[in-house]
Ligand binder design. Structure first.
Ligand SMILES: [Zn+2]
Ligand SMILES: [Zn+2]
Length: 366
């Protein structure tokens, strides 16, 4: 079968739209006709060569679509089902068995390897292999092969073209607050970075009943959006003196939960310095492999503070994605406000607008 795919042929270069061959689904695979795919920061990081992936490769890992064809061993979905594709996992390591697939022991290989377990690729161009299976999906294409482990059936009542980012970016921000951090009623929450992940965390913190929600970003428009979505305070560090002292003063002893979405060591240090005793800071930004974090040891240990890594919002996608869709339908989680649609052929524009911060969450429609 043919699929129209956006292919990275060279690091740092625009994607090329190419007609490729896609294999028929194997026994455990599912062929999905992609309706739309979100553009996630991780796609940009990989395209820029900051995280190594074999080339040529089709990226994309926030796919939403309709099941076209299933392998003989697939029972979770059937042709015609509406589905969201999420991150990949092995299904059999200790984390996967305990329903923590984001911490799968094979997370890097399964999501960034861009091949099947046996090393084969499902895509090819004139018989020469093109890497697919990025996050078990490679959704920047009109068709995608995935497996039961990373497919979630969703309601047909919701506009399918909106839902792809629930598979990664929006799941990450909301899940960090709902699953990983102690954000509860009347608590305080601080987020550094108000891109799609940060703004999703703000909406989730409001849903969790946090009464002090502080957003920090260099972009005033994003801060305005954060205030509209539930933040109670917003700060631009370029226009604020003594930011850390101000945040601590606002919350009397510091915040109970902080989230860094930037991946910048200095920002992470500041986020930890804003924590109250026993507060927790989560970090989730994808940054170059040689980045190291420095903390003030005395401040960190005397307050019993915690710093935790959070992948994919610690989500079990089969549970969290339908839950977020319900919140959206109830009007509690208006993530559609972050979205701008592009035609698939304009994917390079979508990527450029995302990089430059002109678009919060880009979705390409196939
Ligand atoms: Zn696993
Ligand atoms: Zn992502």
């Amino acid at each position: 079968m043919k699929t129209l795919a956006a292919v990275v042929t060279e690091i740092g270069k625009p994607l090329s739209l190419m007609e490729l061959d896609i294999e028929d689904p194997r026994d455990d695979e599912i062929l999905v006709r992609i309706v739309a795919s979100g553009v996630c920061h991780t796609d940009l990081v990989v395209q820029a060569g900051m995280l190594p992936v074999p080339l040529p490769v089709t990226l994309g890992h926030e796919g939403a679509g309709v099941v076209e064809k299933i392998g003989s061993k697939v029972s979770k979905v059937k042709p015609g089902d509406h589905v969201v594709l999420s991150f990949n996992s092995c299904g059999s390591c200790e984390s996967c068995i305990e329903k923590e697939p984001a911490y799968c022991y094979e997370f890097m290989a399964r999501n960034f390897g861009a091949v099947r377990e046996d090393g084969s690729t499902s895509l090819s161009n004139d018989n020469s292999p093109v890497h697919g299976n990025f996050f078990g999906q490679s959704s920047f294409a009109t068709f995608s092969l995935c497996r039961e482990l990373n497919i979630v059936k969703v309601s047909k009542d919701v506009d399918l073209s909106l839902l792809g980012p629930l598979g990664c970016g929006i799941l990450t921000g909301a899940g960090a607050v709902i699953n990983a951090l102690p954000v509860k009623e009347r608590s305080s929450f601080l987020v550094f970075g108000t891109g799609s992940v940060g703004l999703s965390s703000v909406m989730a913190a409001k849903m969790q009943g946090a009464t002090t929600i502080i957003a920090v970003d260099l972009n005033d428009d994003r801060l305005e959006m954060a205030l509209e979505l539930g933040a109670t305070h917003a700060f631009n560090p370029n226009k604020t003196t003594n930011l850390i002292e101000k945040i601590i003063e606002l919350t009397t002893h510091g915040v109970m939960s902080a989230l860094d979405t930037t991946g910048l060591p200095d920002v992470i240090r500041d986020a930890v310095l804003c924590l109250a005793p026993r507060g927790t800071c989560g970090i989730l930004g994808a940054c170059p492999p040689d980045f190291e974090i420095e903390l003030n040891e005395l401040h960190f240990f005397t307050g019993g503070r915690k710093l935790i890594g959070i992948v994919e919002g610690s989500a079990y996608p089969d549970t969290l994605i339908p839950k977020l869709i319900n919140y959206f339908e109830e009007g509690l989680f208006p993530f559609d406000r972050l979205i701008k649609f592009y035609d698939f052929e304009n994917i390079n524009q979508a990527i450029e607008d995302s990089e430059k911060g002109r678009t919060i969450k880009a979705i390409v429609r196939m």
